[in-house]
Design a protein around this ligand. Structure first.
Ligand code: OVM
Length: 334
């Protein structure tokens, strides 16, 4: 069990860091800090948040592979749902552990199956060609504002079956969700202050009556007709698409553009062999991870990388740092 004072300091010998991985200052140039955290040790104590952190690939994989010990149901942000009420009903996929997680995930997997993706392919390709043609004509454009934020909005809302009205809520809603995972800082307070209209619009979009009858949202609600999930659970699963489907796609496309722009030889290699597109995209999201961090909460006393961690501790996974761990990839920054 976690004793009050045990929560506030790590075991002897655990490296302590005063770094704040949720500060604007840190976001400006995270890579040197990632390296420092990776090199400090397999597990580091973050003074600022009285939590543990893992920045190496091996430990992050160990955490992700052991949900019974490193659970998600107490929240994947800094807030522990066992101590503080969550700001919205928990996600059925993100904030659950097996076996409950798998039941919800199975419904999503079907709605996002290869067959469904094949049915979307032509429309997605056509929109991509149209946007690329328009941007090429301009000659010069902002890769984030004019491309990464535009393309997902051209295809995803229609694929899910959202109403035409109010789509401008999608990206602010996603930004809200992600900033709410962090500590009580400027970003989280700003998220709280402006979230109400976005939350309200998203809740309405999740309803079967609002969703188009032929989209991914309707497929999720079909699982409720079959009794696989309740109507309310179906709404929460649609909410997961609206929480995690847009912002991450913007950042994925943005990462790809960023990496190709900065690595012209790689861009040339891709143009010479477009079958490398999938590998190039995988590398882009490794180098510029669209989701940078998630926490887990320990369900028991455990040892990670030789470090004892008590039950009830928050453990931060620095996914972006793990994705550039030279212990895993010899030229991790390349
Ligand atoms: C969800 C959710 C929200 C944010 C991120 C995420 C990356 C999932 O609501 O299920 O996964």
């Amino acid at each position: 069990m976690l004793q009050a004072d045990e929560a506030r300091r790590p075991a002897a010998g655990v490296p302590v860091s005063s770094i704040d991985p949720f500060s604007i200052d840190f976001f400006r140039d995270p890579h040197p800090v990632h390296e420092a955290l990776r090199e400090a040790g397999p597990v580091v104590w973050l003074e600022a948040y009285e939590s543990y952190a893992a920045a190496r690939h091996a430990e992050v994989r160990e955490i992700l592979g052991d949900p019974a010990t490193f659970c998600s149901r107490r929240g994947v942000g800094l807030s522990d749902f066992q101590r503080e009420a969550p700001w919205r009903p928990p996600s059925l996929v993100l904030e659950r552990d097996p076996p409950e997680h798998d039941r919800a995930r199975a419904v999503l997997n079907r709605a996002l199956s290869a067959t469904v993706m094949r049915s979307l392919r032509a429309r997605f390709a056509e929109a991509a060609e149209a946007l690329a043609a328009e941007l090429a004509l301009r000659g010069r454009f902002d890769a984030i504002a004019d491309c990464a934020e535009v393309y997902p909005m051209m295809v995803l809302p229609d694929a899910v079956g959202l109403s035409k009205e109010g789509r401008e809520h999608l990206l602010p809603y996603a930004a809200t969700v992600f900033n709410m995972f962090g500590p009580d800082n400027e970003l989280r307070r700003a998220a709280l202050a402006q979230m109400a209209p976005h939350v309200e619009w998203v809740a309405l979009q999740c309803k079967r009556e609002t969703l188009a009858s032929d989209g991914i949202g309707a497929m999720i609600h079909a699982a409720a007709d079959e009794g696989e999930v309740t109507r309310q659970e179906a709404e929460l699963l649609v909410r997961s698409l609206l929480s995690a489907g847009f912002d991450t796609t913007v950042h994925g496309v943005g990462a790809a553009m960023h990496c190709l722009a900065r690595n012209p030889h790689q861009f040339a290699a891709l143009k010479a062999d477009p079958t490398k597109a999938r590998a190039a995209f995988e590398e882009a999201v490794r180098l510029e991870s669209p989701v940078q961090t998630f926490f887990r909460t320990t369900t028991r006393d455990v040892e990670l990388g030789g470090t004892p961690i008590p039950e009830g501790a928050k453990v931060l996974m620095l996914l972006g740092a793990a994705n550039r761990d030279p212990r895993k990839w010899p030229h991790a920054d390349r």
